[in-house]
Design a protein around this ligand. Structure first.
Ligand SMILES: [Zn+2]
Length: 291
């Protein structure tokens, strides 16, 4: 009796402890420092298009069109953009239209380059950067994949990036329609490898996972591979303490995971909040001038 009463008395405390143990979010987020609204670089990140309701204008530039046909890279780029916009759409945020333009377009937001590029670090075959156009200084996102640079998987195994279209089963004609359902079906690189009977490393190093990861950077997300790497790209107030698996961790997924989705929502929240504050400040200054 005494024991039961003690347990009853302790119940709220036990619930609190349980809540603290289980109720804490197990996901994380990591945002790039340059993607914060006050930064000079902010306007070059794709989250800005979402916040300001501007369409996302992208172009592709391909060196070897035989190995990487334009229709294939275009479909993969659009799928990658949609995957990152999905969590925002589900949160009720209006998402921008995706429009393909020429690399010389005066309002270009994202350039996807397949071929050698001086911005790619030695030994790596993919990168995302913010560049300024020499002609007018306009900032844009660049995602580059260099299929000539082999990635060393250890044990003498070196692989160059291949077009992922080879590993999405079905006729070429319907590739762009089949791509998104395939991504949702495969989810992770391991599962994809199992389902199509190809090597995991070959798929991991193919264009689609690279585009999805690098375009995540173009929106404003940081790598969460390790705390050290995250600290390099972010600030303590732009990152959470825990980091689950995800596209921005080891690029082991095609489908953005909870960690990735949460990062996008954090990014939108930060950017939107700042935009609202900015409008409010403008209004305040107008009102005070009027007086
Ligand atoms: Zn990265």
């Amino acid at each position: 009796m005494g024991f039961a009463r003690a347990i009853l008395k302790l119940t709220p405390t036990l619930f609190t402890i349980l809540f603290l143990l289980l109720g804490q979010p197990s996901y994380g987020w990591g945002l790039k420092e340059e993607a914060i609204p006050k930064s000079y670089w902010f306007k070059s990140h794709l989250i800005e298009n979402v916040v300001n309701g501007r369409e996302i204008r992208y172009a592709v530039e391909i060196k070897d069109l035989e190995s990487f046909p334009e229709w294939s890279i275009r479909a993969q780029t659009e799928a990658a953009l949609r995957l990152w916009l999905e969590p925002l759409q589900q949160a009720g945020i209006a998402i921008p239209k995706i429009v393909r333009v020429s690399p010389n377009d005066s309002k270009l937001d994202l350039l996807v380059k397949i071929g050698p590029d001086p911005i790619i670090w030695p030994g790596r075959n993919a990168a995302a950067h913010i560049l300024s156009r020499p002609s007018d200084g306009r900032l844009y996102s660049l995602v580059a994949i260099d299929p000539k640079v082999a990635v060393d998987f250890g044990g003498g195994k070196k692989i160059c990036a291949k077009d992922s279209r080879h590993y999405i089963r079905g006729p070429e004609k319907s590739f762009s329609e089949r791509l998104m359902p395939a991504i949702k079906r495969y989810k992770s690189i391991d599962n994809w490898a199992k389902q199509v009977g190809e090597s995991r490393d070959l798929l991991w190093n193919s264009t689609l996972p690279k585009l999805i990861h690098e375009i995540g950077h173009s929106f404003g997300l940081a790598d969460t591979v390790s705390q050290a790497m995250l600290n390099q790209q972010s600030r303590p107030d732009l990152q959470s303490k825990t980091h689950g698996e995800g596209v921005m961790k080891k690029a082991d997924y095609l489908l953005p995971q909870e960690d990735d989705r949460n990062s996008m929502l954090q990014l939108a929240k930060l950017a939107r909040g700042a935009a609202i504050q900015c409008v409010k400040a403008q209004l305040d200054s107008l009102i005070s001038k009027g007086q």
